[in-house]
Ligand binder design. Structure first.
Ligand SMILES: [Zn+2]
Length: 319
């Protein structure tokens, strides 16, 4: 072996997949790990797909597929695409809709459907363009405001941006004929997700509550399993309880620099009414700590300090 070939090996790409915003050298094994997807028909032509943690939907159109989001790794995106190809063989994914900007849901269109038309809210697009993450493709079409009817390949749904909730431009998709609402990283079964990353808490509850004006009875979340209007209300009650308990923790002089102390307080105050919620033991302390810092810091950035819109959500006439 000559020195030249050694140089050639060094110059070869270390990974054939997209790397997101990772800066460490070499392959990132967890990003290249195969994900087993489970999928099932929901209503009409809508399917839901999950690897156990994240969840999305895709819809069969007349000539192809409209898919939401990409999952959070190159191999997750490839597994998602394989699941669609198995369920709807021969139908191309011609349209991809982004729910919001986060890489764990929309980071890998380049591995999922690189040639698809991509639709996103302009607030989502702003972050994606600024971030320049390897594999997260910018949208090819953006929309703005609160609502946009989509009529794509025989499939009709309303995109709804109710205001700041989580991430940037996070929108729901409402399928009125099927009474189904899909929204990622807001309502989930159980307590809030981990430490409520990039949640905009000041306006969160009233903004989210606007979605109750729409007619639906099944809610498809971006994590875990399906829920309904009762599950929606239960999740909102949790946020209300944590918001109040956070203020009481500060008033009581709890050491808010200590996750241990905040977790102890969360269990003491919240377990009686909410302890049966999914992942209470894992996340209650982190949820409370996040809310504590909302009251210590104020909301974060513009989205975290935008007053909630309390006006009823208006559904525009479809044209
Ligand atoms: Zn997110």
């Amino acid at each position: 072996m000559t020195d030249d070939s050694t140089l050639a090996d060094d110059a070869a790409p270390v990974s054939p997949c997209h790397r997101g915003i990772f800066t460490i050298a070499g392959v990132i094994p967890s990003q290249l790990q195969w994900r087993d997807m489970t999928y099932e028909p929901l209503r009409g032509k809508i399917w839901t797909v999950s690897e156990g943690i994240n969840r999305s939907i895709f819809i069969e159109g007349k000539t192809g597929v409209i898919a939401f989001d990409t999952f959070g790794s190159p191999m997750g995106a490839i597994a998602y695409r394989s699941a669609i190809d198995r369920v709807l063989p021969g139908k191309p994914v011609h349209t991809l809709v982004y729910t919001h900007d986060h890489l764990d849901h929309t980071g890998y269109a380049a591995d999922f459907a690189p040639d698809a038309r991509i639709v996103a809210h302009e607030l989502t697009q702003n972050v994606i363009v600024a971030r320049q993450s390897d594999g997260q493709l910018p949208a090819t079409e953006t929309w703005s405001g609160e609502t946009a009817w989509c009529e794509i390949d025989g499939v009709r749904f309303l995109l709804v941006y109710p205001g700041p909730t989580h991430g940037d431009g996070n929108c729901a998709a409402w399928f009125p004929d099927l009474k189904l609402l899909f929204m990622v990283d807001t309502i989930i079964p159980g307590v809030g997700y981990t430490f409520l990353p990039d949640w905009h808490l000041a306006s969160y509850i009233p903004t989210l509550t606007r979605l109750l004006a729409l007619e639906w009875d099944v809610f498809v979340p971006g994590h875990f399993w399906l829920t309904d209007r009762d599950g929606f209300a239960e999740n909102v009650r949790w946020y209300e309880a944590v918001a109040e308990t956070a203020q009481e923790a500060i008033a009581d002089g709890v050491d808010v620099d200590s996750l241990h102390e905040v977790t102890r307080y969360a269990h003491e105050r919240l377990a009686a009414d909410h302890g049966a919620l999914f992942r209470f033991n894992e996340y209650a302390g982190m949820n409370l700590l996040r809310y504590v810092y909302e009251f210590v810091h104020g909301g974060w950035g513009v989205e975290g300090n935008t007053p909630a819109c309390h006006a009823p959500l208006e559904v525009p006439h479809a044209h």
